[in-house]
Ligand binder design. Sequence first.
Ligand SMILES: Nc1ncnc2c1ncn2[C@@H]1O[C@H](COP(=O)(O)OP(=O)(O)O)[C@@H](O)[C@H]1O
Ligand SMILES: [Mg+2]
Length: 203
Amino acid sequence: MDRLGKQEYLAIREGAAVLEVDHYGEKVLRLVDGSILKLFRRRRRLLSSAALFPYSRRFVSNAAALARLGIPVPRVLRLMRIPAIERDAVHYQPLAGQTLRDAMRAGLPPARIAALKAAFTAFIVRLHDQGVYFRSLHLGNVILTPDGELGLIDFADLRIHPWGLGRYLRARNMRRMQGMADECDWVDIDAIVNARPPRTEQA
Ligand SMILES: Nc1ncnc2c1ncn2[C@@H]1O[C@H](COP(=O)(O)OP(=O)(O)O)[C@@H](O)[C@H]1O
Ligand SMILES: [Mg+2]
């Protein structure tokens, strides 16, 4: 983790576009060179898990683990601590493509949407089979790449179990999307919840 002084930060930030903000301030910046800086608030509460293993580090370690599983993710360039703004930052090269949410809103032909929905359900089944529990699962955090593959962003709070998820976790992982009026029909919930991890031996 590199420490950045205030001037260095302001220099990097110069001319950046703000992609996301919340009530604490800026969250995601697109820098002039096209790379992305994602800011994480430091949680200082002593002995909290976030103090011991900050979300910025979780992002970096999840990026590496997901890449090992063959899932497209942004390429991490640098991990930074920026005391002047009380943030950690992950600097990364965006994954080429657009979020499924943007793709959907751009208005695609119905046949294309149907194919994407099927691919999205298959993608989730694959993630669950690989032990991936993605808390922030929704169309805004899934990228459709130019090769037609699906990849992930925004995975600081994702957890990878050493075995395929059981039915309970698969169902729980879908609750958030099921509550989203315009995205709930993107998933075939039965196919996802009833999927079983591939067996390595015959019973
Ligand atoms: N790797 C990436 N590839 C493409 N777009 C990205 C990427 N990372 C971030 N973005 C853009 O930035 C937005 C917010 O990024 P995200 O990490 O999901 O932030 P938040 O925590 O605010 O949800 C996305 O909706 C997307 O438009
Ligand atoms: Mg997001």
